[in-house]
Write a protein that binds this ligand. Structure first.
Ligand SMILES: [Zn+2]
Length: 285
């Protein structure tokens, strides 16, 4: 009972904190230029604030949690820079980058807990490793997103999927370069992305899939607000609640339409992905 109350309090306080941080650091400055400071805030400061809070509630060392999370956040940030160059690189480089990012995210996620848990999404499945125990679970968003792409007429591209370690789909291009059924050159929905036949903009879209992994660090999943979602419909023994990206993206899109801004360029998720493109060789300011 006490544990349950503590968990509820943790979720509540973390949620308040996240919403606070979101407003303080992201939304009011969302339309200012994304810069190095915001990169540190998004990848290192916010996960580390969360880790310190977790350590406080779990009764573990706050100092250790902070150090672990800063390290994890730094790895996430550096892997995002690598992801920007992915189109010109090999499959080995892409998989190394994905492993690095997931290691960074897992370090942040585990900071404040007694045990380290490694979590990585591969297509619709999550690999969860703690000590000698390995579990495989389905991601809720991880399963929904590819089904959605197939119903929208996208073709599964197994070659690009194997290269990038994420599910990639292909759509035909209109004369203006946009993909059919969309106003974008390429787009991502959480753990998946869609490009033209040549796979242009894969680096940018891959960064969005990493943002999806990063969103799993926070208590912003549907199940955090609607417990039946994971106790009744998508039970935790088989499913991972990875719906945080969807909530975050929807919130940011809502904000952009309220402020008459463009959701494809002006929201923080997009600004970060565009900012990262400078780490690609071909980038020209
Ligand atoms: Zn984008």
């Amino acid at each position: 009972m006490i544990k349950k109350v503590i968990k509820q309090l943790l979720i509540l306080s973390c949620t308040i904190k996240i919403i606070g941080l979101f407003f303080v650091f992201n939304l009011p400055t969302a339309y200012a230029k994304f810069d190095q400071k915001r990169l540190y805030i998004t990848n290192i400061a916010i996960p580390t604030g969360m880790a310190a809070l977790r350590a406080h509630f779990e009764g573990t060392s706050i100092k250790k949690a902070i150090i672990q999370s800063i390290f994890g956040g730094y790895i996430m940030q550096e892997s995002m820079k690598r992801a920007a160059k992915i189109e010109e690189k090999s499959a080995l480089y892409a998989w190394e980058t994905k492993l690095m990012f997931n290691l960074g995210a897992s370090l942040c996620e585990s900071a404040g807990y007694k045990d380290f848990t490694f979590k990585m999404d591969v297509g619709p499945v999550w690999i969860i490793n703690q000590g000698n125990d390995i579990k495989f679970k389905f991601g809720i968003n991880g399963v929904m997103a590819p089904i959605l792409h197939l119903t929208q007429g996208s073709k599964f591209d197994y070659k690009k999927s194997l290269k990038y370690g994420t599910m990639v789909f292909e759509k035909k291009q209109k004369k203006n370069g946009n993909l059919y059924g969309s106003n974008a050159l390429a787009y991502s929905t959480a753990n998946t992305f869609v490009t033209n036949h040549d796979g242009n903009h894969s680096g940018h879209e891959l960064i969005h899939t990493y943002q999806y992994r990063r969103n799993c660090l926070y208590p912003i999943q549907i199940g955090d607000y609607w417990p039946e979602f994971t106790t009744k419909y998508f039970k935790e023994d088989k499913w991972v609640d990875d719906t945080g990206w969807f909530l975050n993206w929807s919130l940011q899109c809502g904000w952009s339409s309220w402020r008459n801004k463009d959701k494809d360029y002006d929201i923080p998720l997009e600004q970060e992905a565009y900012y990262m493109e400078r780490y690609r060789k071909k980038w020209e300011p």
